[in-house]
Design a protein. Structure first.
Length: 341
């Protein structure tokens, strides 16, 4: 059986769209294989009581990937339909003896944003697991690193369970990073740094809400599958999938709790902004009211008409100034007293 040169698959996929392929056999470490070797193993290995399975991971950005799968593999129609769907709802269904899943994941990059979410389509039976994605994803890459390290995987169902574990780990990592950012924003609120906190809070909550909306249906879909599993799933497989579903469900709940915390922070931030606005408006109102008597008297006394009072009086200016000062003091007392109340 021919092996694949890792350098050939290090950047993208080959002509068939294969990014990587692995053969899992009992009591042997996983071996990386190419498409022809995988097809040869599937044709030469008897179907009943499979003694291993093949995992093929393909890139849908390669135009030849879907064509090769239709020509070389007998996969469920629901799987091919899922290849042309966008980022939508999670699917996990059984078609005959084949399990078809559409799961969401975060793109493999250094930042997390609401737009950095894509899907991976999975089609699996006891002897073959096919995963296809448009762009590189974190969880799938983590799973490959585990397999590449020589981790023994018993069955195709355990491979799916390990993928779910990696998904939960990625989600937990996102929640941990988001929590650290939320702590920073909360510290900024305590220090009255409003401007920077508003933008960051909005971006963070928007990303988490979208991530939670896409990933939250996945544990429920998996639990429905476990209630009516395919006949080829063993008790160990069901236990692994159930544990993965529970771990993923816990991560989704934590994401929901963090989203609620961000909502409370946004409400606190809104109250702080309103308080600052009210304080500013009050200051402007006080300045306007206190300046009103002076502006009014100055306008009246500045008219060049006869009969202006105290025009010839030697103490007229001081009298008017004292009167205005008294009126302004009374107005200031009334305004600030109402402010304290």
């Amino acid at each position: 059986m021919s092996l694949v040169n890792p350098a050939e698959l290090a950047y993208g996929s080959d002509k068939t769209g294969l990014v990587w392929g692995y053969l899992f056999e009992p009591d042997k470490p996983p071996r990386q294989v190419e498409c022809d070797a995988a097809l040869h193993w599937l044709a030469s290995t008897p179907a009943p009581e499979p003694s291993g399975f093949v995992w093929l991971h393909l890139s849908l950005s390669n135009a030849g990937a879907e064509r090769w799968m239709r020509q070389s593999l007998q996969l469920a129609d629901a799987f091919y339909e899922s290849l042309h769907e966008g980022v939508g709802s999670t699917r996990l269904e059984v078609e005959g003896d084949t399990l078809v899943a559409v799961m969401h994941d975060v793109l493999f990059n250094l930042s997390f944003d609401a737009a950095n979410i894509s899907t991976v389509s999975v089609c699996m039976d006891p002897r073959l697991v096919v995963t296809a994605r448009l762009r590189p994803l974190r969880s799938v890459d983590r799973l490959r690193a585990t397999v590449k390290a020589g981790h023994t995987i018993r069955s195709s169902a355990e491979l799916l369970a390990q993928l779910l574990h990696d998904q939960a780990d990625v989600l937990v990592e996102i929640i941990r990073q988001s929590t650290a950012r939320a702590d920073t924003v909360e510290d900024g609120l305590l220090a009255n740094r409003v401007a920077s906190s508003r933008v960051e809070l909005s971006e963070l909550r928007r990303s988490l809400v979208r991530l939670q909306r896409l990933l939250a249906p996945e544990p429920a879909a998996l639990f429905r599958l476990l209630n009516r599993p395919p006949g080829w799933l063993s008790e160990d497989d069901l236990a692994d999938l159930r544990q993965a579903a529970e771990e993923f469900s816990t991560a989704v709940v934590d994401a929901g709790a963090l989203t609620e915390r961000l909502k409370l922070l946004q409400e606190e931030l809104t109250a702080l902004v309103n308080e600052h606005s009210n304080r500013t408006l009050f200051i402007l109102t006080v300045v306007t009211v206190l300046a009103l008597p002076i502006n009014l008297v100055a306008g009246l006394l500045g008219m060049n008409v006869g009969g202006i009072p105290f025009q010839q009086h030697p103490q007229g200016f001081m009298f008017v100034l004292g009167t205005l000062t008294a009126i302004t003091g009374v107005l200031a007392y009334i305004l600030f007293r109402r402010r304290r109340d």
